[in-house]
Design a binder for this molecule. Structure first.
Ligand code: PLP
Length: 353
């Protein structure tokens, strides 16, 4: 893709259009089409996307927003950045997604929105979550930063809630050459609200309708993403193939469990997470065999120092806490070869079986 990308970047240099502009417009349209929604608003990051989505929906000071206890901290930070309080809900131990049966008990008169996180590559239980939201008059903001192209009952991630938020951090299923994100929505009004907020509340030059942010998308990132978008489905297929091979090689190992994919949905395997006993020892031995691994995530948000003011303690979210001790992310990227997957599994089986 290098040649095609360089041509697009050269054009940006020649036209001196570095922020927003034609490249951003084009990518917004193409990504919205990809998600099968009406509008895309390019922003500075996934965290920015979540923050602006909440802001455009009017979520703010003294409000509460329900999020899963197991997610990247950005989901909680976005809630905090608009002045609201994140309210955590434990995960389903099989899928590691938000446990929809535990959402209702966390709803108060302050609750304004639910952010289901489509973690590790699969969408949350959207039917149940949308029902709860409708009954309680809550907004739904999808955190789809790990699920570009994932589907639930044939509908694309980002298309089911009021707003879908994506990150294009370089390590995501489609990554920019730096930081970028996008909000997608079917509501013209919400899209316009996010456009205002990303750019200082500007309605015309130096006229500001509201107090906004500087969260605009860079043209170079949009151009890179526009070139890469054409390959996203292929890359996701390659990830699925690699996951199927992992599943086959690990099937006979009763000491290793793969995270289950829920019913009626696809999984684009942003990361390939397994559970095992003695995780730290297993990770160390894999490292000695030159197999790189990661942990998503080792410390749940409610136990992070950053959120100490909320007063949570160990034991408050047992499924999330147990998972954080047992999970391990194995090598996963579109170009991983069958031989590489097989070798990782051989090493893992020899350590754990
Ligand atoms: C990556 C990620 C984000 C944040 O995206 P940035 O672009 O890094 O700001 C938010 N939520 C989840 C679940 C993520 O994985």
């Amino acid at each position: 893709m290098k040649k095609e990308i360089l041509e697009r970047i050269e054009n940006i240099i020649d036209t001196n259009s570095f922020v927003l502009g034609e490249d951003v417009k084009k990518f917004e349209e193409n990504f919205a089409n990809y998600c099968e929604v009406g509008y895309g608003v390019g922003v500075s990051s996934g965290t920015g996307a979540l923050k602006l989505a909440l802001g455009a929906l009017g979520v703010g000071f003294r409000d509460e927003v329900i999020i899963p206890a197991n997610t990247f901290i950005a989901t909680a930070e976005a809630v905090s950045h608009v002045g609201a309080t994140p309210v955590f809900v434990d995960i389903d131990p099989k899928t590691h997604l938000i446990d929809h049966t535990k959402i209702a008990e966390q709803i108060t008169e302050k609750t304004k929105a639910i952010i289901p996180v489509h973690l590790f590559g699969q969408m949350a239980d959207m039917d149940e979550i949308l029902d709860i939201a409708k009954e309680n008059n809550l907004f739904v903001v999808e955190d789809a930063s790990q699920a570009h192209g994932a589907e639930y009952k044939g509908k694309r991630a980002g298309s089911l809630g009021d707003v879908g938020c994506f990150s294009f951090y370089p390590g995501k299923n489609i990554g920019a050459f730096g930081e970028a994100g996008i909000c997608v929505t079917n509501s013209k009004e919400i899209a316009e609200g996010i456009q205002l907020l990303r750019n200082h509340g500007v309605t015309e030059k130096y006229v500001h309708a509201l107090i906004g942010c500087n969260d605009k998308m860079h043209s170079i990132q949009a151009a890179v993403l526009d070139v890469k978008l054409k390959h996203l489905d292929t890359w996701n297929e390659l990830r699925k193939n690699a996951a199927a091979l992992y599943k086959k090689h690990l099937a006979d190992n009763s000491n290793v469990t793969m995270i289950q994919t829920g019913k009626d949905r696809t999984n684009v395997y942003h990361v390939l997470v397994i559970e095992c006993d003695d995780r730290d020892a297993v990770q160390k031995k894999l490292g000695e065999a030159e197999v790189g691994t990661n942990i998503h995530y080792p410390i749940p948000i409610h136990l992070q120092e950053a959120y100490a003011h909320l007063g949570f303690k160990k034991g408050d979210y047992p499924n999330t806490e147990k998972a954080s001790q047992r999970i391990l992310s194995l090598p996963m990227f579109p170009e991983i070869s069958d031989e590489e997957v097989t070798r990782v599994c051989d090493v893992l089986n020899s350590i754990t079986k």
